[in-house]
Ligand binder design. Structure first.
Ligand code: ATP
Ligand code: LTN
Length: 336
């Protein structure tokens, strides 16, 4: 008698990252590290969100270079193009197309409440463009086109994910089941890595103070130097506490790269000074990032290989995106 094997389809994951510079340790621990780990359990789709990048003015040559670097970095992180779909957002026109449709189902008021819009328009007061305002709609399109179950992001993107869920529910409420309503997947440790110079602010690659963030491709010496200079406090005690944001941030980073719990870290450095602790954090981070840097160096110069991968990736992505986009268009009443 033949046996019937039931195969449950894998749940789907989608995420994107903007090519606005070399990602930081914050991007890595808050999002990218999970991208690699999720590949075995889930069907994963990852994109370089280049359309999002121009909400802030970009120099053309730098943008082009950053798109290549970010795509190469995904490979260096261990994203396997045989297992996962990886592509460049602008290569799949349905993202911009669905974004227009969804923008007509998104309220001005809800976009006005986005903290990223408020922060970025304050920071770039001379260029508060409409794209910066509608950025979450494009992000909703990125997500909803692929019907993912989970979206791995850092804690700062939670609000954008909520709006994507609201838009999906609103659209489904009018037209029936078109979109899947996704869940955010935010890591417990590393969800919000703070600046090394001002631990009340999130670590950001666009910070003017270069000592405030660790870039994923920084040299070992630079990484250790930046941790040695990290702002702490005068208590000289390695302890997790709300009134010790600098030390707590370093404990979080050390936990995230070594897999040790905060209590284990506190025990390990009991009675030891900040000098020894900061050096250990710097070395552990450099050890964690080194294999990524080595792999990046080996793929970045192979333009033909990268091109072949992003072309195949876009074809595979578009096959999925097109179906959802046409379904949404048809429901709205367009003649197809
Ligand atoms: P910028 O710092 O230039 O404003 P960004 O780093 O916030 O950009 P992205 O590069 O698009 O923006 O972020 C990619 C991913 O990294 C997102 O999932 C975001 O939530 C996560 N992320 C960004 N900063 C941090 C941080 N400090 N800690 C944890 N996760 C972060
Ligand atoms: N806004 C995100 C980048 C992004 C994204 C997405 C993340 C664009 N489209 C879709 C998840 C899913 C950010 O991290 N700043």
């Amino acid at each position: 008698m033949s046996e019937i094997i039931e195969v449950t389809p894998k749940k789907r994951v989608l995420s994107c990252i903007q090519p606005t510079g070399i990602p930081t340790l914050g991007n890595y621990l808050g999002a990218l590290k999970n991208w690699k780990n999720m590949q075995d359990e889930f069907e994963c789709i990852y994109a370089v969100a280049d359309l999002h990048a121009i909400t802030v003015r970009q120099e053309p040559a730098a943008l082009r270079k950053n798109i290549y670097s970010m795509f190469a970095l995904l490979l260096a992180l261990g994203i396997d193009p045989e297992k996962s779909i990886m592509f460049i957002q602008s290569h799949v026109p349905e993202h911009a197309q669905l974004s227009w449709l969804l923008s007509c189902y998104t309220q001005f008021g809800e976009l006005s409440r986005m903290t990223q819009f408020k922060d970025k328009s304050a920071k770039h007061a001379d260029n508060v463009n409409a794209g910066l305002f509608t950025y979450p709609v494009l992000m909703a399109a990125d997500i909803l086109l692929y019907k993912p179950d989970f979206v791995p992001v850092g804690a700062d993107q939670k609000q954008h994910l909520e709006i994507a869920r609201d838009i999906a529910c609103r659209f489904n409420g009018i037209y029936g089941d078109v979109f899947t309503v996704p869940e955010a997947y935010i890591p417990k440790i590393g969800a919000r890595v703070m600046s090394l110079q001002d631990p009340t602010k999130k670590m950001s690659k666009s910070d003017e103070n270069l000592n405030s963030f660790v870039g994923m491709l920084d040299s070992r010496d630079d990484i250790i130097r930046k941790f040695k200079r990290a702002v702490t406090d005068s208590e000289a005690c390695v302890r997790l506490s709300e009134d010790k944001p600098g030390v707590s941030n370093l404990i979080g980073i050390y936990s995230a790269v070594t897999g040790k719990t905060a209590e284990e870290v506190e025990r390990e450095f009991d009675g030891k000074g900040y000098g020894e602790f900061k050096l250990a954090v710097g070395e552990a981070v450099a050890d964690a990032l080194n294999p990524i840097k080595e792999k990046y160096d080996s793929v970045i110069s192979d333009k033909a290989y990268l091109e072949q991968l992003y072309k195949t990736g876009a074809e595979n992505a578009e096959r999925i995106a097109r179906k959802t986009y046409f379904k949404a268009m048809k429901k709205v009443g367009y003649v197809l």
